[in-house]
Ligand binder design. Structure first.
Ligand code: GLN
Length: 477
């Protein structure tokens, strides 16, 4: 199990010649074969990965290797990698090959990380169970009858089962954190604009973030400091300095953090009882460790999901208008332009994506624009302001990451609204643009993991990673 080492520990083995990059890549490739039934990877790149490993081994001998030497990463199928296909798990991008690297990928490679393959997910990131995929569903490594969560389900399972060290996923409303919670790994969604979206296939541009999944907060910190920062290809990236997150991740024993939780959550009947219990116990433990834990009221809580689903769908309907079968991807044979568009889109998109496009197009029509779209924008503004108010007084807001642990595959097919409820705690961070992380903190009776979420003010990733490490080291519930 390579996952038990942090990258820094692994690099000590690398630099003392106890292991080679080639060994590491071979090990992970073997894991992808052993775990093929989980359907986490949609493509692996074994020859290239091994060739890169040999080149990096040489650099290590010459003491010239980058700071991520030995790190094997997987990327979600909606993040592009030069000269490789990327389909966002959709039929409509069948046959598409990227001519460029996503900025996050280019920055990983610059520091000698190795990309081992593309990972399965919900189509265009729309979903919470990684079942809306042209490649078929992802299965949870702890119980293949259960979902991995979504939409970055393949990315979470890959890290959970040691198929790679870290994964890059994307998080528009919880898609990194919720699967991290279901799979028992860490999942970080940074501040909006901290990591470039260049090369991330768009779902809802004002909410989309590339996020990082891994087994160690230290690894997340190293990867974040490598890929974050200003990028001329994404004008929404921030120019604020990127800290050396990994150097400052350990804090003194008793940080006097002020931590807010939503009043009423510890006895909310909509939470799975084990999640509720775990959350309550964690609150007690962090208090015993010196944190100042206080209940707060957040009256906008019930508006969060409806506003999110309106805005995300509206942006999706506009972003996905580009898939017309003319320039790239899947194209149906037809004799007239209109028929070609209709057939390409009818055959190319899955059911959930169509639902979002229709909902989004509806709320953007002139008759409903003010009543729905503008209203949802106003609600988003209020959510952001109220969230900032809490975070001016507190270091963090703590919640369960999701209301349940991993559910059975197929359980939500009949009822999409039920699926949307999985995001009840996660969409706030996207609506407010703040960073958030899911930390595995316990297990339910069946042994399935429970994640706890911490949210912090914008660009407070340093503090958030420190607290994640601190929380991760508490005894599991
Ligand atoms: N489940 C949410 C949705 O379907 C979140 C998805 C995401 O974060 N990409 O919109």
């Amino acid at each position: 199990m390579l996952a038990r080492y942090t990258l820094t520990q692994l690099q000590q083995l690398l630099y003392t010649g106890k292991i080679s990059c080639r060994d590491i890549v071979q090990y992970h490739l073997q894991r992808t074969e052993q775990c093929a039934h989980l359907n986490a990877f949609v493509r692996t790149y074994p020859h290239e990965a091994l060739a890169q490993a040999e080149a990096i081994d040489k650099k290590i001998r010459q003491r010239k290797a980058g700071k991520l030497a030995g790190l094997v990463a997987g990327i979600k199928d909606n993040i592009v990698y030069r000269n490789h296909p990327a389909q966002a798990a959709s039929r409509i991008l069948q046959g598409f090959t990227s001519t460029y690297h996503a900025t996050a990928v280019a920055r990983l490679i610059n520091e000698d990380a190795i990309i081992i393959g593309h990972q399965n997910c919900d189509e265009f990131g729309m979903g919470s169970s990684s079942e809306n995929s042209v490649y078929g569903p992802v299965r949870n490594g702890l119980d293949p009858a259960l979902t991995a969560g979504g939409s970055s389900g393949g990315s979470a399972v890959a890290v959970q089962t040691d198929m790679c060290r870290i994964s890059l996923g994307s998080d528009t409303g919880g898609s990194v954190r919720q699967p991290a919670s279901f799979c028992g790994v860490l999942g970080l969604k940074p501040t909006y604009g901290r990591i470039s979206r260049h090369g991330l296939i768009a779902y809802a541009s004002s909410l989309d973030c590339i996020g990082i999944l891994g087994n160690h907060a230290e690894d997340l910190a190293l990867v974040l400091e490598t890929i974050a920062g200003k990028d001329e290809y994404d004008s929404t990236t921030s120019g604020l300095p990127v800290h050396g997150y990994s150097k400052n991740i350990i804090t003194e024993n008793n940080p006097r953090w002020r931590i807010a939780f939503y009043a009423g959550l510890t006895d909310n009947p909509n939470l799975q009882p084990e999640v509720r219990r775990c959350f309550g116990t964690i609150l007690e433990r962090i208090q015993a460790k010196g944190a100042d834990v206080q209940p707060v009221h957040f009256p906008l809580f019930e508006y969060m999901l409806p506003a999110y689903y309106l805005l995300a769908s509206a942006e999706a309907s506009s972003n996905l208008a580009r898939y017309d079968g003319v320039r790239y991807g899947y194209s149906s044979n037809a004799t007239s332009t209109n028929v070609a568009y209709r057939q390409t889109r009818t055959q190319g998109f899955g059911a959930e994506v169509k639902r979002r496009i229709m909902l989004g197009a509806f709320v953007l029509t002139s008759d409903y624009y003010n009543a729905y779209y503008i209203k949802a924008q106003q609600v988003r503004r209020l959510i952001r302001d109220e969230t900032f108010k809490i975070l001016q007084e507190f270091d963090f807001i703590i919640t369960p990451t999701a209301p349940t642990t991993a559910f059975k595959l197929g359980a939500q097919h009949a009822n999409p609204v039920q699926a949307y409820l999985a995001d009840v705690f996660s969409v706030q961070a996207n609506m407010a643009g703040i960073p958030a992380i899911s930390v595995p903190c316990g297990k339910d009776q069946a042994g399935m993991p429970i994640g706890i979420q911490l949210m912090a003010h914008t660009f407070q990733e340093q503090k958030l990673l420190q607290a994640a490490l601190w929380l991760h080291q508490l005894k599991q519930v």
